[in-house]
Design a protein around this ligand. Sequence first.
Ligand SMILES: [Zn+2]
Length: 154
Amino acid sequence: MTIWDKLNHFKQYGTDHWGNSDKMNPMLLLMLDQLRDAYGSPFVVFEGFAISGHVQGSMHYLGSAVDFYIKDDLDFYSQITRICTLLAEVRMFCVGWQNSRCCWVTASEITGLGIYPDNRIPSFHLDIRGKAARWGRADGKYVSFKDALKRSKS
Ligand SMILES: [Zn+2]
């Protein structure tokens, strides 16, 4: 058994590009699988573990990041909205109990999310970094999430 056997939507040696699939962070894979499940449409991963080509300190170098696009009929703006909603619903860890109810850390609290509306196919970066971070890219530069979100409306 490996972590790959626990995933419903992603295969180690399928059509997704993981870089080196053995280097992928299992926690990220579990989160991505849950998110994909909740979303309900195929995610196409085109970048995972990498040894170059990203900003210094990139989570790709740790196998803790993926770049992907979503195969559905929604425009990118609607995809982003949906991803943000679902990230806040994906439960990662139960960190305590209050009145017999679990206090959950959700995916949105521990993930970096980048949105890239200018890509040939508009796409997402998602990583596990232990805290929330949001950004975008437009005209070849890093911009705020808000600005990239605005751009993805057009
Ligand atoms: Zn990335």
